[in-house]
Design a binder for this molecule. Sequence first.
Ligand code: DGJ
Length: 735
Amino acid sequence: MTILHLRRARTSLVLDARGPGLPRVVHWGGDVGDLDDDALRHLVDATVPPVVPSSFDEPPALSLLPEASAGWSGRPGLAGHRDGRDWSTSFRLDGWDVRDSSTDPGHLTAGGEVVGVLPADGGHGGPGAALLTVRASDPAAGLTLTSEIMLDPHGLLTVRHRLRNDGDGVYEVRELTPVLPVPAVATELLDLTGRWCRERSPQRHPWPHGAWVREGRHGRTGHDATLLLVAGTAGFGFGHGEVWAVHTAWSGDHVTVAERRPTGESTLGGGELLAPGEIRLAPGESYETPLLYAVWSDDGLDGLSDVLHAHLRARPGHPRSPRPVTLNVWEAVYFDHDLDRLRALADRAAHLGVERFVLDDGWFRGRRDDTAGLGDWYVDEGVWPDGLQPLIGHVTGQGLQFGLWVEPEMVNPDSDLFRAHPDWLLAVPGRLPPAWRNQQVLDLGRPEAYDYVRERLDALLSEHRGISYLKWDQNRDLTEAGHHGRPGVHGQTLAVYRLLDELRGRHPDVEIESCSSGGARVDLAILARTDRVWASDCNDALERLSIQRWTGLLLPPELIGTHIGPERSHTTHRVHDLGFRAATALFGHHGIEWDIASISAAEQAELAAWVALHKRLRPLLHAGRVVRVDHPDPAVWAHGVVDHDNTRAVYAVARLTTSVAQVPGAVRLPGLDPARRYRVRQVADVPAPATIERSAPPWLASGVTLTGAALARVGVQLPALHPEQSLVLEVDAVG
Ligand code: DGJ
């Protein structure tokens, strides 16, 4: 029997592996039940498309690597050649093996050969994952293909291809992209785009014929990264609709594609975007694609997040300790580093309940502003005559963890490092890439540059007592990123991963944040080696509501840094009440980015109350199921987190702007057990927002008791909020 059926949670993947070519993907989506061999054969037969006029005489067989030789006339899964030959393949199936990782959690094997170690990249599996390895070759083209497919216990699928050159001479890979078919019922696409301070803006449209190709050529994940490319049934929302989505887990140039063919097929895929000549395989060498994550749900976008969040939370390296409330001093002091002022900030932070203090940019040699110093990773003796230890000691003495900002991949031309090694750059010979924030990118593919950076970071962590966190920043695109005259983004991306992996190996207790001009490096490959992301440099709570909502499609709240900024946002100049800022920052890895030394006693008291509220709710916020409300009025947003045994939840309702209707309609609170009764009330720990006069219902403070079904289907009428105000509701099961 060679029809493979992988089933986990509510998802099925059915592959027709009877050969002779690559397995045809018969179905990826909802569980089709426990099918015996006969039923599987019938399923395969029933899903073969008809032969139509003016077409191939055999219906095309769509595999995870579509080939023209199998009748595919869309984007090919593999584009490559050997000096103009071997440009089209016809892979023959050599074999496959499928295993359950709970019986063999250590290794990913193919035909007895160990091809990977679980979870080497942090993405693969956990106990109970189904692991399928497919081996194929095209002897005429001199190529061998190994595909690793994993369906984890939550229904999350990952696919990765490895291509080996077994022929004579160099084989150049131009593109190798795994794809998955989605059925014709998916007629709309949603993905994300953005820019600095406006990351992860959704864009949505019908899915026409052709290819919707999202390319990122930033040499980093990018502010405009797709994050998830979602295809779904008409009108899908957070809580309804059938949806299929993919994520390309790669922090360099990458492509994510939705293709719909007039021949009737629709696919989602993603892989690395390779420059000409970037991957040239010598005989015996291999190229491996990034992992393509794929997830299905018939519960709308929240259902996708359920699977993704459960997968991420099950990773062995997922942060387990309570996420420390963080003060980051960037917007408080910028480059103005002064020991006494920073100590005072730490004292105030400790008083307010903060648990981690992060010293941002500006502590190292020559770094008085953003024109100089990157690369010189020595403490600036002028600003810090006694080094950083007096501050670290003070911070840790207050019971806070200490974190330090670094930007290891970069160099300013105005630095000792650049003056000594002007050639250690990613560049095209004879010219510098255009400057960006006065900086260039170090070529970490050069062993001497890599060793220097690793040694400096290692020394910083070893020589100081008490640095337990790095804010790892990356503030420019890789432009004309040449390495010894050849394209260098692929090698640089792998070198960054290796650097992170080595440092984590040497300093396993140090947590690392992935920051990149705010949120330009948010992907599951960087998150396999870091502990949270900085979602955006925009701390404006109104903008943040959207940035966090959409970042949260992929990531659970505990991985998303969310800080309370100052009353007037530094990036938008909007002014917001503390309550609105704090309610927005509550739903993430909470922190503060504000000059708290200069705030009033009343603000201190309120801020401390919000920090305490976050700590009280943190076990729920950082482990529960995220739900987002499809409210008919676009001015009203609501979201919440429900614990896994449906006994508690917390929701926030935000008014973004005014509405045409005076009363926008009851807010439904989904996600609870329909049969249980719950008490709903405004959180009592923090001041209530100053709602429009007389509009607050009498039950708001004392509570109202309703079933989960009533809350989901009827909802509750809330007070009339002013624009840019939020209300936080706490929900507890009764009895
Ligand atoms: C960009 C980051 O996103 C900011 O938070 C801050 O760390 C600056 N870089 C420092 O240069």
